[in-house]
Design a protein around this ligand. Structure first.
Ligand code: KIV
Length: 258
């Protein structure tokens, strides 16, 4: 197994794992100082492109953003989301995952789902492609973003899926919008790290969409804590620029060629 991946797994039960999404080089190069893993998430479909869902994101879009992110990362693991309809069967998944790995030089891919995609995950792992699983709320296929784990059937399915992902050789898994007690149970019962988003602090690590964390994305989710209000900072800077341009103050001599 890739050393970076095995080091990541070894952090389970030792230290909490810090992970975030990035869609471009400049942001990735900042996050790289603090993160164990950076995900090029297909959330970029809604965050950057205003798509109604992540289902509209294409393989090419993921590859182009990932090439940019790659340039900003020196130490963190870099994982790329496989978009909707690019892993409908093991053969298709392998072809597309190989393309993502080759073009973006990432360390692995993320796929959404449990039981239904277990053979696909096994195929990728057999072909030395590290896989990050993703269970709980699945934005590529779920109609609502309601948290999971209240109903007994949901609890059982999520527990089963977590065990299956581990058995199939995934190196970690995202738990999205999963009830607190269930997140704890899953985290205790698998030997690979669980990475929560809306899944309490009972997970081995956390992930957030970076634009949400800095207050740039207008959408509000209960599980998102805004650590900054970058929108205000950007507005201040752009407003100063606009005033100076209108007054002919920018560019002054300092910024001109004499
Ligand atoms: O697409 C994404 O950004 C994700 C994370 C939020 C887990 O899947």
């Amino acid at each position: 197994m890739n050393k970076k991946i095995s080091d990541f797994i070894k952090k389970k039960n030792k230290t909490k794992l810090v992970t975030l999404t990035a869609y471009s080089k400049n942001i990735a190069s900042i996050l790289d100082n603090y993160c164990d893993l950076i995900l090029v998430g297909d959330s970029l479909g809604s965050v950057l492109y205003n798509y109604k869902s992540t289902r509209e994101v294409t393989l090419n879009t993921m590859i182009e953003h990932s090439k940019s992110v790659r340039m900003g990362i020196k130490k963190s693991l870099m994982i790329v989301d496989m978009p909707h309809n690019t892993y409908r069967n093991p053969k298709e998944a392998l072809k597309n995952a190989k393309l993502i790995m080759k073009k973006t030089k990432c360390d692995g891919v993320k796929l959404e789902g449990g039981k239904k995609i277990i053979n696909t995950i096994k195929t990728l792992v057999k072909n030395n492609i590290p896989v990050m699983g993703h269970i709980g709320v699945l934005p590529q296929s779920d109609k609502t973003f309601k948290f999971k784990g209240k109903k007994q059937s949901e609890k059982e399915n999520i527990m089963k899926d977590a065990k299956l992902l581990e058995e199939a050789g995934s190196f970690c898994m995202v738990l999205e919008c999963v009830q607190t007690a269930l997140a704890k149970q899953v985290t205790k019962s698998v030997s690979i790290p669980t990475i929560g988003i809306g899944a309490s602090n009972n997970c081995d690590g956390q992930i957030l969409v970076f634009d949400d964390l800095i207050g740039l994305n207008p959408i509000k989710f209960r599980f998102v804590k805004k650590y900054a209000n970058i929108k205000t900072e950007i507005s201040k800077a752009v407003s100063k620029y606009a005033i100076e341009v209108k007054k002919g103050k920018f560019p002054s001599k300092k910024y001109s060629f004499n």
